[in-house]
Design a protein around this ligand. Structure first.
Ligand code: BGC
Length: 456
């Protein structure tokens, strides 16, 4: 077998989760509520009114979950810190019990030889800060840096990779423009300010890290290639807008200190004139970029879909996931190469990749067969390897998610885990996809070349 079927030495093999989606016990041991606690407890906001009150009970079961990561042979775990667990009011007094949880988790990972990869913000702003305007208040950038400093001081000696924000596009688009995610605002004029303050917060946190941290800090963006549904000029222009809105909106200011010109076209009068000094703050050198990749967007011009005037068109011959996303593995290599063109040799990580499918129940022999997810991973891991062959400096890959968990407004109705969770008993059962992934990890990628196995 040739060398090119293998991932490089030292490649990080991981799985990812986020605090509100897995921890449960949101108010335990002195923690303060987050906007997700508040949103999920507001009638009508989530599927069946489901909340993260229990989720995967990871707050109490973290040690056995770490043992599970170890059994799967993984070398990294990406988790996020709940800001209001360690600063219950978002700023001011530190809650030592909250901090102690993340120290225990980090130490358990290190004891198993697993690298902790920490995200500082995965959508769960302290509710007390939302009361002060949340991401709309320009002071949020300083609040975030103060919080980040607390985390760096407590864990910095043990955590080699830090991410400031997870998917700022989703925070602004889902939380402030379309209102489907916390805090549930629907405002064209708020969204650009929220994106800008998120990016300013990223900048201040990177500066804080440079003052005291010695390892690596970066940002996690959700990126997807936008392809025109036809060669008609209107569809091509819509595709350019969609790409600017989701992808370049965040990457360009971070890498080059400027927003794409299309944003003024999309937001019209609601697009502010941001000060140059802010853009200099946003453009901090980063050590890596995390790419969350799920799907692509085949884009059609649509006057009614505001503000973008573009919609994603369904592809009749493609497989779709339960969240309505087209399965499109070549988009992962395309995305990584696209980033390489802009960011050069900057180290990249696939910080999330995965799919929700309606899994069959656990069988009598205790197995959960999820062949569609196995194929999803096979295709995307091959695409990751292809990107490496084509010169992308890819340093690691994280499956989303380790566990079936709380899928935000969808509640528990969508399962993304490679490990099945029975939410009645909290029993964990690695699915066929976990076994497949473990084989890929164990063989350094060689298992990807094996012919598709017959179902067990
Ligand atoms: C988010 C996760 C989410 C996943 C699947 C990503 O956008 O970072 O929190 O569960 O997608 O929807």
């Amino acid at each position: 077998m040739s060398e090119t079927t293998r991932f490089p030495e030292g490649f990080l093999w991981g799985a990812a989760t986020s605090a509100y989606q897995v921890e449960g016990s949101p108010l335990a041991d002195g923690a303060g509520p987050s906007i997700w606690h508040r949103f999920s407890h507001t009638p009508g906001r989530t599927h069946n009114g489901e909340t993260g009150d229990v989720a995967c009970d990871h707050y109490r079961r973290y040690a056995s979950d770490v043992a599970l990561l170890h059994e799967l042979g993984l070398s990294a775990y990406r988790f996020s810190i709940s800001w209001s667990r360690i600063l219950p009011a978002g700023r001011g007094a530190v809650n030592p019990h909250g901090l102690a949880f993340y120290e225990r988790l980090t130490d358990a990972l290190l004891a198993h030889g697993i690298q902790p990869v920490v995200t500082l913000y995965h959508w769960d702003l302290p509710a007390a800060l939302d009361d002060l305007g949340g991401w709309l208040n320009p002071d949020v950038a300083d609040w975030f840096a103060d919080y980040a400093r607390v985390a760096f001081r407590a864990l910095g000696d043990r955590v080699p990779l830090w991410a400031t924000l997870n998917e700022p596009w989703v925070v602004a688009d889902g939380g402030y423009l379309h209102g489907l995610l916390a805090p549930g605002h629907k405002s064209l004029s708020e969204a650009p300010h929220v994106s800008h303050n998120l990016l300013r917060a990223h900048g201040t946190a990177v500066q804080a890290y440079r003052a005291e941290g010695k390892r690596q800090i970066g940002l996690v963006l959700n990126l997807e290639p936008k392809h025109p549904a036809s060669s008609a000029p209107a569809d091509v222009a819509a595709t350019r807008r969609a790409d600017a809105y989701m992808n370049r909106h965040y990457l360009e200011p971070v890498l080059s200190g400027a927003y794409p010109g299309e944003l003024a076209e999309i937001f019209g009068d609601a697009w502010p004139d941001f000060p140059e000094a802010d853009l200099r703050l946003i453009r901090q050198p980063i050590d890596f970029l995390g790419v969350n990749y799920y799907t692509r967007g085949v884009t059609r011009h649509d006057e009614t879909a505001l503000p973008l005037r573009a919609t994603t068109e369904r592809q009749p011959r493609s497989v779709y996931t339960e969240t309505g996303w087209e399965v499109y593995p070549p988009g992962l290599s395309e995305t990584l190469l696209w980033v390489r063109q802009r960011a050069g040799d900057l180290p990249l990580y696939v910080t999330e990749n995965g799919a929700a499918f309606p899994d069959p129940p656990r069988s009598l022999n205790g197995r959960v067969e999820d062949p569609l997810r196995v194929e999803y991973y096979r295709g995307h891991l091959r695409a990751a390897l292809d990107a490496i062959r084509r010169g992308v400096n890819l340093r690691g890959y994280f499956a989303w998610s380790l566990l079936d968990n709380y899928e935000w407004s969808y509640g528990y109705s969508k399962r993304f885990g490679i490990v099945h969770v029975d939410f009645e008993t909290q029993r964990r059962t690695p699915k066929a996809s976990a076994r497949f992934y473990a084989d890929v990890v164990r063989t350094g990628g060689a298992a990807l070349s094996a012919p598709t196995a017959a179902p067990a």
